[in-house]
Write a protein that binds this ligand. Structure first.
Ligand SMILES: Cc1cc2nc3c(=O)[nH]c(=O)nc-3n(C[C@H](O)[C@H](O)[C@H](O)COP(=O)(O)OP(=O)(O)OC[C@H]3O[C@@H](n4cnc5c(N)ncnc54)[C@H](O)[C@@H]3O)c2cc1C
Length: 392
C-alpha cells in the first residue's frame, strides 16, 4: 500500500489500469472499480503501441516488447484495382487489448481490482471524494479518477450535457487466425499495416498477438477495421440492434451482429482488394463499434477528474486513444508527485495541458475522419502513422 493519496479509479479497462499503474508508481494507494461482474476479455482487438505506453509499462521495470507485440515494417496501400499501389516505411508496433489488459492487471494486487462495482454517483468536497456504488455502498478517497470510457457515468455526473456525438459512421472489425489463412494470403499481408483507401472510408489490417498472447508467426491474429458510413436514425438503430433484439448504442460484440448485416458486409466486401476481401470472408464473428466525438470543457472537478475516453475521444484514426489515456494517467501521477500528494494543487497544475492535448486530439481525429468518410477526392495517407508521439 502506498503512503500517498488514496485514489478511487472508476473503470477497469486500459485507461483505468494504466492510471492504477502510474499512480501506484507515484506512491498512491489505489482501488479500481469495474462495473462488469465477469473478468474483462476479448474487447476491442488490436491496439497500436506508442512510445508513451512503453514508457508507462517500463515504470515497473524493463520489458521485452517482443514478448507481447507484433511488428510491421511498413504501410502497404492497395489501389482500387486491388493491386498494391505503394508502400511507406512506417514501422509500427501492435498488441491486443487482451494482452495489454492482462499485463497491466498483473501489476496490481488482486484486492485493488473490484469487479461488479458499478459507480452511480460522486460527491467531491474540500477534503475527499466519495464515490457511490449502484449497490448502495460508498467508497472514499482523496481523489476519484473516472476512466469509464466514451459513455462515462463520471462525465454525465460531473459535466452534464457533454454527451458523445455520433460521427456518421461505424467501424466494422474482425479477427482472423493466421492458422486459417493460406500461405499466399499471409505472404501478401505479412509484415505490413495493410490499407485500402476507399471512397468513402478505409480498410486496415495488421497482425496482433493470438488469443493466448503468442506473437509467433502462424499463431497470431489478423486484425481488421473497416469504417463505413451509416446514417443516424432508423438505419443505425437497426444495425445496432443485436441478435436478441437489444439495441446497443456503442457496440455490437462478436456473435451478436445479426446475420443479415453480416451477409451485407460480405457482399460489400466484394469491392475490396482480393486479399482484404478474403479476410472479411474468413471472419466468423465480425463486430461493430459506433464512432463518436467526445469533448469536455473541464477534466478536473474538485477532487474528481476524467481521463482517457471519458474526457476526450471517440474517433480512432490516429490509433492513439490508449496512448493519450496513458499520458493522462502518468502526467497526473507526476503532478501528484511534484505537489507532494496535494490533490487540489496537482489537479490545477495537470488540467490545462491535458485539456489542450485532448482538444487537439479530438480535432485531429475529426479532421481525418471527415476527410476519409465524407470528402470528395483523394483521402489523406495518414493511416496508422507511427507519429502521435503525443504532445507531453
Ligand atoms: C474502433 C476503435 C479502434 C480503436 N483502435 C485503437 C488503437 O489502435 N490504438 C489505440 O491506442 N486506441 C484505439 N482505440 C481507442 C482505445 O480503445 C481507447 O481510447 C483506450 O483504450 C482508452 O479507453 P478507456 O479505458 O478510457 O475506456 P474504455 O475502454 O471504454 O473503458 C471504460 C471502462 O469503464 C467501465 N465502466 C463504465 N461505466 C462504469 C461505471 N459506472 N462504474 C464502473 N465501471 C464503469 C466499462 O465497463 C469499461 O471497462 C480504438 C477505439 C475504437 C472505437
Amino acid at each position: 500500500m502506498g503512503s500517498g493519496p488514496r485514489v478511487v479509479i472508476v473503470g477497469g479497462s486500459l485507461g483505468g489500469l494504466m492510471a492504477a499503474q502510474a499512480l501506484r508508481s507515484a506512491g498512491c494507494d489505489v482501488v479500481v472499480l469495474e462495473r462488469n461482474a465477469a473478468p474483462l476479455q476479448g474487447r476491442g482487438a488490436g491496439i497500436s503501441l506508442r512510445p508513451v505506453m512503453i514508457d508507462l509499462l517500463q515504470r515497473q521495470g524493463e520489458i521485452s516488447l517482443d514478448d507481447f507485440c507484433t511488428r510491421t515494417a511498413r504501410s502497404r496501400y492497395f489501389g482500387r484495382d486491388g493491386q498494391v499501389s505503394g508502400e511507406a516505411q512506417h514501422a509500427a508496433l501492435f498488441t491486443s487489448w487482451d494482452t495489454l489488459h492482462q499485463r497491466l492487471l498483473a501489476e496490481i494486487p488482486v484486492q485493488a481490482y473490484r469487479l461488479g462495482a458499478e459507480v452511480a454517483g460522486v460527491e467531491t468536497g474540500p477534503d475527499q471524494a466519495r464515490v457511490r456504488l449502484a449497490d448502495g455502498s460508498a467508497m472514499d478517497g482523496d481523489l476519484a479518477v473516472f476512466a469509464d470510457g466514451t459513455f462515462s457515468s463520471g462525465r454525465r455526473l460531473l459535466s452534464p450535457g457533454d454527451e458523445p456525438v455520433y460521427a456518421g459512421y461505424v467501424c466494422w472489425r474482425g479477427l482472423v487466425p493466421e492458422a486459417v489463412m493460406d500461405a499466399a494470403l499471409r505472404a501478401q499481408l505479412d509484415d505490413a499495416t495493410n490499407i485500402a483507401l476507399l471512397e468513402p472510408g478505409y480498410f486496415g489490417a495488421y497482425p496482433i498477438p493470438g488469443p493466448d498472447g503468442s506473437v509467433a508467426p502462424g499463431e497470431r491474429l489478423f486484425n481488421w477495421v473497416w469504417y463505413r458510413n451509416v446514417a443516424e436514425g432508423a438505419a443505425l438503430t437497426d444495425l445496432m440492434t443485436d441478435t436478441s433484439g437489444r439495441y446497443r448504442f456503442s457496440s455490437v460484440p462478436p456473435g451478436k451482429v445479426r446475420t443479415e448485416f453480416i451477409a451485407e458486409l460480405r457482399k460489400a466486401a466484394e469491392a475490396l482488394p482480393p486479399a482484404l476481401r478474403a479476410l472479411v470472408r474468413a471472419t466468423e464473428r465480425p463486430f461493430i463499434q459506433t464512432i463518436c466525438d467526445v469533448e469536455v470543457p473541464r477534466m478536473a472537478f474538485g477532487r474528481a477528474c476524467l481521463i482517457g475516453d471519458a474526457a476526450f475521444g471517440g474517433r480512432p484514426h490516429l490509433g492513439a486513444g490508449t496512448a493519450k489515456a496513458a499520458q493522462d494517467a502518468f502526467t497526473l501521477a507526476d503532478a501528484l508527485d511534484a505537489e507532494a500528494g496535494d490533490v487540489t494543487k496537482a489537479l490545477a497544475a495537470w488540467e490545462p495541458t491535458r485539456l489542450e492535448v485532448g482538444r487537439a486530439f479530438v480535432a485531429d481525429n475529426r479532421r481525418l475522419g471527415e476527410q476519409f468518410q465524407f470528402s470528395e477526392g483523394a483521402p489523406p495517407l495518414i493511416s496508422l502513422r507511427p507519429g502521435w508521439a503525443g504532445r507531453p
